[in-house]
Design a protein around this ligand. Structure first.
Ligand SMILES: [Zn+2]
Length: 215
């Protein structure tokens, strides 16, 4: 109960301290709807805090978080595709202008790619989901100089995965169409949780660089 009490206190603090700043905009948005211009795709990791680390306000970003910030390729079948639905909604209904795929350091999902996940019903969805990181793992193992250096192995896998997830985004016809007509941009970001810094992937130099260099 202690933890839930903490959250209740947190909501009281939010209502008295922060909510007044957003109240007008939030009430207006109830009439006109949300108009976020950014779709942020990040990991469910509790240390990844999109609104806090980017100092954004309610209404600024449509946020999709899942295990590993993985993007399943477009697959229009009868199954329940939560991540795909969020992407479609953001791109085709909200018409966001930017999509940020943000990986992070010390990602449990990326590390798990190197572990044996048991064939257990309690992890059946996790095991399947982690297949979305396989290509990043294979590429990292092929290109890394010292695979025994775990720190380097995991950090590179996390970064490489971002590029493969971005590639999967292109498999969505609506995404591809809007990129082709230049109404949508995709960004690959990497958040280091122990420093709070973010890097972006520079397409020309083919490497991650400090985000602040973009200003
Ligand atoms: Zn993660």
């Amino acid at each position: 109960m202690h933890r839930i009490k903490q959250l209740i206190k947190g909501n009281e603090k939010f209502r008295s301290l922060y909510f007044p700043y957003f109240e007008k905009d939030l009430k207006r948005s109830v009439d006109i709807g949300q108009k976020p211009e950014v779709l942020f795709i990040g990991c469910s990791d509790s240390r990844v805090t999109p609104d806090l680390m980017l100092d954004t306000k309610p209404g600024d970003m449509f946020i999709l978080r899942n295990v590993g910030n993985f993007i399943p390729p477009f697959k229009a079948d009868n199954d329940f595709h939560g991540s795909a639905a969020a992407i479609e909604y953001a791109v085709s209904v909200l018409e966001v202008k930017d999509i940020i795929v943000c990986g992070h350091s010390h990602c449990g999902a990326c590390k798990s790619l190197y572990d044996d996940i048991p064939n257990d019903t309690s992890l059946v969805h996790v095991k399947k989901w982690l297949e979305l990181g396989e290509r990043a793992k294979e590429f990292t193992l092929k290109t890394i100089t010292d695979p025994n250096n775990k720190e380097e192995l995991y950090r590179q896998t996390e970064r490489n995965s971002i590029l493969y997830q971005v590639e999967n985004l292109f498999s969505y016809p609506a995404v591809k169409e809007r990129i082709d007509n230049k109404t949508l941009k995709i960004h690959g970001w990497y958040y280091t949780i122990e420093t709070g810094t973010i890097e972006y992937y520079d397409l020309e130099e083919k490497k991650f660089k400090p985000l602040k260099e973009l200003i």
